[in-house]
Ligand binder design. Structure first.
Ligand code: CTP
Length: 508
């Protein structure tokens, strides 16, 4: 057994303002049975959004206040509730948590738990973990004011301080009993500040992520509930004559995986499908658009009501300059003149910039409008959509950086389609994710549905950041907007663009 790390910060030092960065760390969030347990959900969310791995421990009473599923959905790890629990690989859960945690945050901490911890009574999973850990421990008590003032609690808190634990709060204010007193759980921002202070400049605990309690791949967050996700999938077919076309090898598998993952996470999904050869999911609004022109029209029509656009389609880059109505005869050969297709993603990004960042659009001048008058969606109603592109490269991903800037997207998923296991029709993909002002992030070879989920993790984080900036007016250059934030509202009046011949169906 290891002993508590007594170099952990004391209360005063730990509460200094600190940058709230927890990337790459494992934070064990321990929740005991107080009515304030629901606030731990906010802490779990903030920690995961800041890049931490989070393992939640709950006492049995805590599970009466908040369902473990809530935390499991946010952290994608099974909640530990019992000191006897084993991990799927038979390691003892709380010992693994104790040994791999960068910090343990007990929030809220009840009077009972403080007493148990002060006396080392390892009969609940949280006390057992703290006893077994060398990680800094931050404790945020919450209880009735009289309980907090009782000499027993005062002595127990003093014992925890003597262990080197950081105590944050409680605050004075309205309590669950209706009385006012010192017992309210400290504000989450203060708790996270104390946690960052306790971690200070410590290196990430070795041996690191591989030794931590594992993620449970069967747990998927429903973080996209209420959001509208627009996905394109498959290739396009650019007609030469009545029967022939220029196409590509795309099957639609990656785009379909993104659509399925988005549905699983609670999103409302519109799937714009080109030429596909995989089964299309149920539960989406399906728009068939088999040429670049139709796909462009379908995307630009659906975009104003979307919170996310994922352009996974392999749009043909060239199309015949002339389309023959009749089947061309074989005799005499054929020379085709090709012209470039419209860049749908770049047009979508341009439309977003015009409508959201500037608030109004000069409709006639907007290339995305085809010169048609377009009613502009109220740019104040919701943040701009998150735009995701894919980049199919062969041999090297060098061009992907330029593509990210050229397309004006938030995320670009680049892959080398010539690599074995990556590209058209495969079950797997090895991708590198690029974002503005960030180092390219190479992901390992993964099943396409796992790539889709990881991508949606990134999208979810961007949506959350965007909502936060939008609510403060930061990204609009405005003051605080008190309107309730929500996913994009449908705008039934948004005009259909010319040339829309796509077929829409609702798949249940
Ligand atoms: N894309 C698009 N419209 C096109 C071509 C591509 O919207 N006419 C989108 C794709 O769906 C993808 C991204 O742009 O999300 C990048 O596609 P890619 O084929 O890799 O790049 P291109 O722009 O076609 O450039 P190049 O062919 O020179 O690599």
């Amino acid at each position: 057994m290891t002993s508590p790390d007594r170099s952990a910060a004391g209360t005063e030092r730990a509460e200094r303002p600190a940058e709230l960065r927890f990337e790459g760390r494992l934070i064990v969030l321990a929740v005991t049975g107080s009515i304030a347990a629901y606030k731990a959900v906010e802490l779990a969310r903030a920690l995961t959004l800041s890049g931490a791995d989070v393992q939640v421990l709950m006492t049995h009473t805590a599970t009466s206040f908040v369902g473990p599923l809530t935390f499991e959905t946010l952290t994608r790890r099974r909640v530990m509730r019992d000191p006897l629990e084993l991990l799927p690989d038979s390691r003892i859960g709380h010992i693994v948590a104790a040994d791999t945690a960068d910090a343990i945050l007990v929030a809220p901490a009840t009077a009972r738990w403080l007493a148990a911890m002060a006396h080392g009574l390892a009969d609940d999973v949280i006390t057992a973990t703290c006893l077994a850990s060398a990680a800094p421990v931050v404790v945020a008590p919450a209880m009735d004011g009289e309980m907090h003032a009782h000499p027993a609690t005062v002595a127990n808190l003093a014992a925890l301080r003597a262990f080197g634990y950081t105590i944050v709060g409680p605050d004075t204010g309205a309590l669950a009993s209706g009385a006012t007193g010192e017992g309210r759980l400290a504000e989450p921002s203060r708790i996270l500040g104390a946690l960052a202070g306790a971690l200070a400049d410590r290196p990430v605990r070795v041996p690191g992520a591989s030794a931590r309690p594992p993620l449970d791949p069967t747990i998927r967050p429903t973080d996209l509930a209420g959001y509208r996700v627009l996905v394109t999938a498959g290739g396009t077919a650019e007609p030469i004559d009545a029967v022939r076309f220029i196409g590509n090898r795309s099957t639609g598998k990656m785009g379909v995986a993104v659509a399925e993952a988005a549905i699983a996470r609670g999103a409302e999904v519109t799937l714009v499908a080109g030429m596909t050869s995989v089964p299309l999911p149920q539960g989406v609004t399906l728009v068939r658009a088999e040429t670049a022109d139709r796909m462009r029209a379908a995307v630009l029509q659906a975009l104003p009501a979307a919170d996310v656009l994922v352009m996974a389609a392999a749009v043909a880059d060239f199309r015949p300059a002339e389309i023959h109505d009749r089947k061309l005869a074989r005799d005499g050969g054929l020379t085709l003149e090709l012209e470039p297709t419209p860049d749908i993603l770049a047009d979508a990004a341009r439309a977003v910039r015009r409508r959201w960042q500037q608030g109004t659009a000069d409709d006639a001048a907007d290339p995305a409008s085809n010169g048609e008058p377009v009613r502009v969606r109220d740019a104040g109603a919701a943040p701009p959509p998150v735009l995701v592109g894919f980049a199919a490269e062969t041999g090297s991903l060098q061009r992907a950086g330029d593509k990210l800037a050229r397309k004006g997207v938030d995320l670009l998923v680049a892959n080398d389609v010539s690599e074995p296991g990556s590209g058209f029709g495969t079950e797997t993909n090895r991708v590198t994710v690029l974002a503005p002002e960030a180092a390219p992030e190479p992901w390992p070879l993964l099943p396409k549905h796992e790539v889709a989920h990881r991508l949606l993790d990134r999208v979810g984080a961007l949506l959350a950041q965007r909502s936060a900036r939008w609510v403060t007016g930061e990204s609009r250059g405005e003051g605080v907007d008190s309107r309730p934030l929500g996913p994009a509202e449908a705008d039934g009046n948004f005009r259909a663009f010319v040339g829309t011949e796509s077929r829409t169906e609702r798949r249940r």
